[in-house]
Design a binder for this molecule. Structure first.
Ligand code: CP
Length: 303
């Protein structure tokens, strides 16, 4: 049997996604199960992370597995020049599963071609973040009661934001309508616009972040401008505060609207939104543990 990986959300069919979400629901009801007894999971984070690494590690701990890995690549032999290939070869000798974040787009795919054990992509450059997508879909399902026929507004850095790229692809299974709110410099890349065109998915591009758009929206997906992806810091300075959501902007929005954000937030959501019942980003991060328990078990063929 071939090794199962989660490198891109495109690796998973609609049925695969629904199966993982159903498992996530079960893990939320009963998170402490010893399904990973005797298994070792490696978390290799070549880029900084708070939620993704800690929620994956929480997921493993709650399932009775053990963790090895690093959160700072400068303490590893990659700082002495060891290649990614050699690192993956070594770690796949030690662990049953590798969860990896890397700054290079395609790094997780490359790792999956080398590794004898499953690879879960925890984010590769501006490309994909499929485990985030699972928790986003789980959060959308929990708050809306469905994934179908929703109006999703994505706001902010749609160029470098890997979470919106993965989410757009996954939502294509569920008849969405998209609004993309971004300055020209950070617009949704052509690849994803063409993806919508090919599938006749309605989408609307805006440079202004207006209440007119918010009021039509079911899920308002805010994103951070990704300073670390800019080669010219002056360009970042021009767009870093381009949109800031505040409480008043939600006044006439649908009662059922929920504000999501993959986090970390910088200042694109004003803190006055945090106590609004429509703010869901902290619960969304909590859902990451259950979605990631489901992903781990899925790639390992458990349950
Ligand atoms: N959402 C997300 O990927 O957060 P971290 O960078 O903290 O892992």
């Amino acid at each position: 049997m071939s090794t199962k990986h989660l490198v891109s959300i495109k690796d998973y069919t609609k049925e695969d996604i629904l199966r993982v979400l159903q498992e996530a629901e079960e893990f939320e009801k009963n998170p402490n199960q010893r399904l990973l007894e005797g298994k070792v999971v490696a978390t290799l984070f070549f880029e900084p992370s708070t939620r993704t690494r800690l929620s994956f590690e929480t997921a493993v701990n709650r399932l009775g597995g053990r963790i090895i890995g690093f959160s700072d690549a400068s303490t590893t032999s990659s700082s002495k020049g060891e290649t990614l290939k050699d690192t993956i070869k070594m770690v796949s000798n030690y662990a049953d599963l590798i969860i990896m974040r890397h700054h290079l787009e395609g790094a997780a795919r490359y790792a999956s071609e080398i590794s004898d054990v499953p690879i879960v992509n925890a984010g590769d450059g501006a490309n994909q973040h499929p485990s985030q997508t699972m928790l986003d879909l789980y959060s959308i399902y929990k708050t809306q009661g469905t994934l179908d026929n929703l109006t999703i507004t994505m706001v902010g850095d749609l160029k470098f934001g890997r979470t919106v790229h993965s989410l757009l692809i996954a939502l294509a299974h569920f008849k969405p309508t998209f609004h993309f709110v971004a300055p020209k410099l950070l617009a949704m890349p052509e690849e994803y616009i063409n993806f919508c065109k090919k599938r006749n998915i309605p989408y609307y591009e805006h440079e202004d972040f207006t209440t007119e758009v918010i009021n039509q929206t079911d899920i308002l997906y805010m994103t951070r401008v990704q300073r670390e992806r800019f080669t010219d810091i002056m360009e970042y300075e021009k767009v870093k505060n381009v949109y800031i959501l505040n409480n008043a902007m939600l006044d006439k929005s649908k009662e059922t609207l929920r504000v999501l954000h993959p986090l970390p937030r910088v200042n694109e959501i004003s803190t006055d939104v945090d106590d609004n019942p429509k703010a869901y980003y902290f619960e969304q991060a909590r859902n990451g543990v259950f979605a990631r328990q489901a992903i781990i078990c899925d790639v390992l063929g458990i349950v």
